[in-house]
Ligand binder design. Structure first.
Ligand code: IFM
Length: 470
């Protein structure tokens, strides 16, 4: 038995001290959340509705029929949540701003109460010695903008730039990083092509146009923030994965190539090479987005960093659906394969194919059906997941990829979009009835990893001092 009931039973593979030795002292360890998934308080205080409020209200969209009205009540519990970060030894916190909380209609008047919340949050983080990492857009478009066409409309690009500049003026002297978009593939594909996320549209042509406007708004916002003298590091976050073919059959391999184009190259190529991939454009045919002269130059602006969110590999199959249980690999509660080597594979491939800026792993984590029993949550499977993926990051670094940091998804169990509250990704358990927070074994383990890195850096300093002549 471990000494403390929440301490995980560790195999050598998860030994935090062993893993800490793979990273430099200055490596960034953090945790991540997003506004709609944790804040609650969607009405009142002047916040306008977002497309996720509208989507949740549509019957049949969310697995458990839930919504974001209460979520983790972070809006009222933010101070104790920040204290929790301190207790967990976390030095970096990645969160997103709810656009409709600070600007209810997405254009026009600002909401001072909403702005004051993020102002206080950032000050609260800094007062606790925690570096803020701000995401401007984590999927919750103001509903008023959707009524005007949403991301399908080029007008939304200008609205986003206005919002970004206001947030840059507010936080750009205090936020360590500012990310324009989180996972634009999800917004375009799941929200506008497959219709399983807000705003629930199913139109391939619209989805392609949306992806272009998201990228354009990223480039325009970055340029504007730089011109405004914002001091934070500026970048974008992409969800990426290696795409493997289910079989060696030609048709499955062709499908894998196309999916790689849609997931990886459709975003990486315009951002870093200034062009959309020819094979995907050809596949889209008449559904390809309208790209105006100069757009691609506006998208390819220098990035201070690129955020990568990684959870599992993708398997492509031309006919039917791939059954993840057929691989024999461990699956998470999302039914996703635990596939840590995919992260090394992805990062080294990106390094080979692109001139990469510094990388942060901005999300990585796993859902498991955790239970809080007598105030204790044993989530040893998550500890194994995190340890193996962090080691995969170390291997990518050894291969020369400049990874500066890693953020665990997520600090808290939270609203997992179309899955509602049925999936728990947190390193801290949330009892949605009482809102009690209980750190899981993984939180204890992650704290140990961060402590081991810090102590290691203290050791380095001492060793250097030892060598100095007296
Ligand atoms: O919860 C999400 C998050 O909002 C974006 N990235 C993936 C996570 C897990 O599905």
């Amino acid at each position: 038995m471990s000494a403390n009931p929440t301490e995980p039973l560790l195999a050598p593979a998860q030994d935090p001290e062993r893993i800490a030795r793979m990273f430099p002292a200055e490596f960034v360890w953090g945790v991540a959340t997003s506004a709609f998934q944790i804040e609650g308080s969607v009405a009142g205080d002047g916040r306008g509705p977002s497309i996720w409020d509208t989507f949740c209200a549509r019957p049949g969209t969310i697995l458990d029929g839930s919504d974001g009205r209460e979520a983790c009540s972070h809006l009222t519990r933010w101070e104790s949540d920040l204290d929790l970060l301190v207790a967990l030894g976390v030095g970096h916190y990645r969160f997103s701003i709810s656009w409709s909380r600070v600007q209810p209609n997405g254009h026009g008047p600002w909401n001072d109460t909403g702005i004051a919340f993020y102002d206080r949050l950032v000050d609260g983080l800094l007062a606790r010695g925690i570096k803020p990492h701000v995401t401007l857009y984590h999927w919750d478009l103001p509903e008023a903008l959707q009524q005007r066409g949403g991301w399908q409309s080029r007008e939304t690009v200008a609205d986003f730039v206005g919002y970004a500049r206001r947030m840059g003026a507010l936080l750009g002297d205090r936020a360590a990083t500012i990310t324009t978009h989180n996972e634009p593939w999800v917004v375009a594909t799941l929200g506008h092509r497959e219709g399983i996320f807000a705003p629930g549209l199913r139109d391939r042509r619209v989805a392609a146009q949306v992806s272009h406007h998201l990228l354009l708004s990223h480039g325009e916002a970055l340029t504007a923030l730089r011109a405004d003298g914002v001091r934070s590091q500026l970048g974008i976050v992409l969800n990426q994965a290696p795409v493997h073919s289910a079989t060696a059959l030609m048709e499955d391999r062709a499908k894998a190539q196309l999916e790689d184009g849609e997931l990886v190259r459709w975003y990486m190529d315009p951002l870093l090479k200034g062009a959309y991939p020819a094979d995907v454009l050809e596949h889209l045919g008449a559904d390809a987005p309208q790209v105006l002269p100069g757009d691609l130059e506006r998208i390819r602006v220098p990035l201070d960093f690129l955020g990568i969110n990684y959870y599992t590999r993708n398997i492509a199959i031309a006919q039917g659906a791939y059954d993840p249980s057929s691989s024999g690999l461990e699956l998470t509660d999302m039914g996703w394969e635990v596939y840590p080597t995919g992260l090394t594979e992805l990062l080294t491939r990106l390094q080979r194919d692109y001139r990469l800026p510094p990388i942060y792993i901005t999300e990585n984590g796993a859902a498991y059906p955790d239970q809080c029993i007598d105030g204790v949550v044993h989530d040893d499977a998550r500890v194994r997941y995190l340890a193996s993926h962090i080691e995969a990051v170390a291997q990518a670094r050894q291969a020369g990829v400049d990874v500066l940091g890693y953020f665990a998804w997520s600090l808290l169990d939270n609203f997992e979009w179309a899955h509602g509250y049925t999936k728990r990704f947190g390193i801290v358990h949330v009892d949605y009835r009482t809102q009690a927070r209980t750190p899981k074994s993984s939180a204890v383990w992650y704290r140990a990893l961060q402590k081991a890195t810090r102590e290691r850096s203290a050791g380095v300093v001492l060793r250097v001092l030892d060598r100095e002549p007296s």
